[in-house]
Design a protein around this ligand. Structure first.
Ligand code: NAP
Ligand code: F7E
Length: 368
C-alpha cells in the first residue's frame, strides 16, 4: 500500500507527501516554462497521469490531479510529486463532481486520461467500461462546455479503435473496427471529442496513442507481466509464467515520450487529432524473449501457454504511422523497444530485490 497521505482541505482538495516512486528518475526534457497555465489531469494515479504531471510541472504549470474516492490509497505513482501537485476529488460517473472540479480549479487545459483501461476487463464489465471510458468523456466535455468553453481538452484515445485493421500502418484517416467493449467505448469517446469540436468550437483533441509502457505500467498488461515474471523467475520467486497469445503484435513505445505528445497537441493553434506511435511492431513472443534474456534466461523454458488468457476477439497486429505528429508537432520517440523492456526488467528486479532485503532484515520477533 502506498505510504502517501493526503491532508484533506476544502471540497476534498489535498496536497500530498511521501517517498519517490519507482522510475521517477526518467525526467522528461525541458520546454519553455508556461507559468500562468493550470492543468487538470483526470486519471492522475495511472501510469500516464504520473508522467504527464511530472512533465507539466517541469514546464512551470500548476497541476491539479482528479482522484476518485477509495477506501485505500492508490497514490504510489505520484508520491514523489509531494508538495508540488494538488489533488481534487471527482469521478467520471458523477457529472456534478466534474463541474465542481472545473469551477474550483479553473484550468486552462484538461487532460482526460481516466478510464477503465484493461481490455479483458471490458468483456467482464462492459456496461461499467461504457460508463467510464465512453460516457465519462461526454460528462467531461459537457462540464467543460458549461464551465468554460475556452478550456483546451485532451482525450486519451487508443489504437484499440483500429482493432481488426483496415490498413497497415494505421494513420489518422484509417477507419475504425474495434474488437472489444473497451475499443468500442474509446471510439465513442473519440467521436464525441470530434463532435464537440465541430458543434461548439471547443479546442478538443483526440490523441490516438498506440501501446506505451514503463516501469509504472499496471502489472496485468502484457509488457509488465513479462518483465515482472522474468524478474521473479530470475530471483527464484517463481518458475513459470502463463501467457496468452504470443503471436499478437503491437507498436510499443515509452510512456514518458507519449505524454510529451499529449502536451504538444494542446499547444497547437488549431485543434486536430494525431496518431502517436513508434512505427515499429513486435510480437508478444519477442517481448518475452528480450525480457528473459535481460536476466540471462531462455523464455521458452519458462513461458507456458494458457488458453484462458486468449481474448474473445483479438487485435492481431497494430502498427502506427505518426508522420503527422512528426511533421506538425515535431514529436518523435526517444526510447527503443529493447531499451524499454530492459528498463522495465531492471526496475522489476530492483523492486523484488528491495522487498527480499526488507524481508530478510525484518526483526525475527515480527508476527506474520
Ligand atoms: P491506467 O494506468 O489504467 O490509469 C487509469 C486511471 O483512470 C487511474 O488513475 C484510475 O484511477 C482512473 N479512473 C478509472 N475510473 C475512473 C473514474 N470513474 N473516475 C475517475 N478516475 C477514474 O491507464 P494509463 O495506461 O495511464 O492510460 C491513460 C489513458 O490512456 C486511459 O484512458 C487509457 O485507456 C488510455 N490509453 C492508454 C494506452 C496505453 O498504452 N497505456 C494507449 C492508448 C490509450 P484509480 O487509481 O482510482 O483506479
Ligand atoms: O495486451 C496479448 C494480448 O493487455 C497486448 C491498453 O493500455 O493498449 C493496451 O491494450 C497483447 C494482446 O494491452 C497476454 O492478447 C498475450 O494482444 O498489454 P495488453 P492491449 O490490450 O493492447 C491499448 C493501446 C489501450 O488503449 C489499452 O488501454 O498481448 N497477450 N498474453 C496478453 N495480454 C495480457 N494482458 N496478458 C497476457 O498474459
Amino acid at each position: 500500500m502506498s505510504q502517501m497521505r493526503g491532508a484533506r482541505g476544502q471540497r476534498g482538495r489535498r496536497t500530498i507527501t511521501g517517498p519517490p516512486a519507482p522510475g521517477a528518475d526518467r525526467a522528461p526534457r525541458s520546454y519553455t516554462p508556461a507559468m500562468t497555465k493550470t492543468a487538470l489531469i483526470t486519471g492522475i494515479t495511472g501510469q500516464d497521469g504520473s508522467y504527464l504531471a511530472e512533465f507539466l510541472l517541469e514546464q512551470g504549470y500548476r497541476v491539479v490531479g482528479m482522484t476518485r474516492r477509495s477506501s485505500t490509497l492508490a497514490d504510489e505513482r505520484i508520491a514523489h510529486l509531494a508538495g508540488r501537485l494538488e489533488l481534487i476529488e471527482g469521478d467520471l460517473l458523477d457529472q456534478a463532481s466534474l463541474v465542481a472540479a472545473l469551477r474550483d480549479v479553473g484550468p486552462t487545459e484538461v487532460y482526460n486520461l481516466a478510464a477503465q483501461s484493461f481490455v479483458p476487463t471490458s468483456w467482464n464489465q462492459p456496461v461499467l467500461t461504457g460508463e467510464f471510458t465512453g460516457l465519462g468523456v461526454t460528462r467531461m466535455l459537457e462540464a467543460v462546455r458549461q464551465v468554460d468553453p475556452g478550456i483546451r481538452f485532451y482525450q486519451a484515445s487508443s489504437s484499440e479503435m483500429f482493432g481488426k485493421v483496415r490498413q497497415v500502418p494505421q494513420t489518422e484517416l484509417t477507419p475504425f473496427h474495434p474488437r472489444s467493449p473497451y475499443g468500442v467505448a474509446k471510439t465513442y469517446g473519440h467521436f464525441l471529442t470530434v463532435n464537440y469540436r465541430e458543434s461548439y468550437g471547443l479546442h478538443a483533441v483526440s490523441g490516438i496513442l498506440f501501446n506505451h509502457e514503463s516501469p509504472r505500467r499496471g502489472i496485468e498488461f502484457v509488457s509488465r507481466k513479462a518483465t515482472d515474471g522474468a524478474a521473479r523467475i530470475a530471483l527464484g520467486l517463481a518458475t513459470e509464467l502463463p501467457m496468452g497469445n504470443l503471436d499478437a503484435e503491437r507498436d510499443w513505445g515509452f510512456a514518458g515520450d507519449y505524454v510529451r505528445a499529449m502536451w504538444l497537441m494542446l499547444q497547437q493553434a488549431e485543434a486536430s487529432d494525431f496518431v502517436i506511435a513508434t512505427g515499429v511492431a513486435h510480437s508478444v513472443r519477442e517481448l518475452c524473449r528480450i525480457a528473459f534474456e535481460r536476466v540471462g534466461l531462455d523464455y521458452q523454458r519458462h513461458v507456458t501457454l494458457d488458453p484462458r488468457l486468449h481474448r474473445p476477439a483479438e487485435v492481431d497486429h497494430l502498427l502506427g504511422d505518426a508522420t503527422r505528429a512528426r511533421t506538425v508537432l515535431g514529436w518523435q520517440p526517444t526510447v527503443t523497444f529493447t531499451e524499454l523492456i530492459e528498463m522495465m526488467v531492471d526496475a522489476d528486479v530492483e523492486r523484488h530485490e528491495a522487498r527480499l532485503r526488507g524481508a530478510r532484515e525484518a526483526p525475527a520477533t515480527s508476527r506474520p
